[in-house]
Design a binder for this molecule. Sequence first.
Ligand SMILES: C[S@@+](CC[C@H](N)C(=O)[O-])C[C@H]1O[C@@H](n2cnc3c(N)ncnc32)[C@H](O)[C@@H]1O
Length: 383
Amino acid sequence: MTEPVPVIRKLEHALADDDFAWSLLLVGEDQTDKLATLTGDLRGPVSTTGDGKQITSGFSYWGIGPTIAWANATNDPFYLVMKAGAESFLRHWRKVRPHVENGGFHLVSLGVGTGVKDRTILSDMRRHNRDMYYIPVDMSSEMLRMGTLEPVRGARFPVSQVLPVQLDFSIADNMDELAQMLARLVGKDPILFTLTGNTLANFESDEELLSTLTRVLRPQDRLLLEVASTTQLDQASADAAADEYHQTRAFAEFVTSALRYNTDLKINNDRVKFIGEVEDEDALLVKILWQNDTDAEIRMELPDHTEVVLPIGDTIRLYTTRKYSTTRLKRLTEACQLTPVEAIQSQFRYTRRPNPFGLELLLLAPEAAGESAHSLADDIWAT
Ligand SMILES: C[S@@+](CC[C@H](N)C(=O)[O-])C[C@H]1O[C@@H](n2cnc3c(N)ncnc32)[C@H](O)[C@@H]1O
């Protein structure tokens, strides 16, 4: 009797001959654990400042409702920063690209979103490495399906070289497992990891996230980091940063969608507050929170059918974001032993008055990569 052929080897042929829109997904974590985490976070202590109950990064995009809401927000023509961001990304990427064109890089995209940026990166990288793999990693399976369509259909990246992975990359054990799997998949070939769209800024501790990610970089790997930036650090700028998110209805729909889909809370957009502050004297922090500003307590049912009482003034943090100063970026990258190989910054020019905000794209190497990057680092951080 002949041995059965492993299903995974037969799958590629089985799917290639079918017109139906199959997509392959590697699920790294038990999704019931994720729901339990979200439920626990929504049961947090009472706080009037958005520091008790919360929806942490990843959960704001988790599930089909938030995924559609995110896609709508990114396409909203009134979300000017998003539009400016998409345009500046193209210009910035062209300058970074020469550093990752040679050597046979693969791409691991941490937080795929709508996949528009991955489409650009992949079509450029594949010209130099036809055999490259594309591994988008995201907590949301729906986001993975939507985000990978863009490069696969839009840029004709071969589906047989795509491996979407559903995983929470903020958990150190998950990153260790991912790194081991990747090493078995690509051997010693270099990997370009990307964390774009200011995703770093969504985490309560951005330093902890960055160090969790960079711990798995090998000397030959690189990290492409895109963050929102500011040249001013005062309360007026923090208020302006908060205002930026307040302007679009589609963003308000997105930011409340996780709460809408996971609880029975009736959400009135007037109860959503956008609060800006200067954080650690080197970044602007924006907290977006729902607040019970009525004169009575409100009851909210959680996914496990338990009830939480929201007293007058209590808040639920819906989203965290930041704008980084050069000082903060230098502090973060040094703490994580990362050296900049290239850094490109541009200011937003869509307002009539001078605007301190912009976007920055950094290509980073682990310090173990060698000396050549060090002299560049001095120039980059001196600006
Ligand atoms: C701000 S969007 C950025 C999307 C895209 N990279 C871009 O530049 O437009 C953040 C993405 O990261 C994913 N994400 C956020 N936190 C995550 C986590 N802890 N683990 C895995 N994915 C996460 C979200 O689902 C979403 O797709």
